[in-house]
Write a protein that binds this ligand. Structure first.
Ligand SMILES: [Zn+2]
Length: 124
């Protein structure tokens, strides 16, 4: 099954710019979508791709569900206080809002608590 273009786009955007070489992938696999089909992990009828912490813009691993109609990467972290995954990190970005690196600390802003909190891994 063909991978949705929005998933491909968010997969690229979820990488630190210097940790993904789209031209290189296109040369070897034809396209990023074809690459994802090649490397994905199949689990109970769904396909997943994980971005390692070192490659990810958040500095933490990101898991993509390639079948997710919402086309959002699966969240693995949540607010340590209320358990919500509606959390944000402070990042460094250039003048075009291109994220260059993150603070990579434990402090987050929880949109549900509306306060600075720390994150923890989701349990489910
Ligand atoms: Zn919270």
């Amino acid at each position: 099954m063909k991978i949705n273009l929005s998933i491909v786009e968010s997969f690229i955007e979820a990488h630190r710019p210097d940790r993904i070489d789209v031209d290189h992938i296109a040369k070897h696999f034809g396209s990023v979508g074809a690459y994802l089909e090649h490397v994905c992990r199949r689990e109970s009828g769904r396909r997943y791709v994980e971005i390692a912490a070192i490659d990810s813009v958040t500095g933490h691993p990101i898991i993509f569900d390639l079948e997710d109609i919402n086309m959002k990467p699966k969240k693995t972290m949540c607010c340590n206080d209320c358990g919500s995954d509606n959390i944000e990190w402070r990042v460094w970005a250039d003048e075009n809002n291109k994220v260059s690196r993150t603070c990579e600390d434990r402090f987050i802003f929880c949109n549900d608590c509306e306060e600075n909190k720390t994150w923890t891994n989701k349990t489910n």
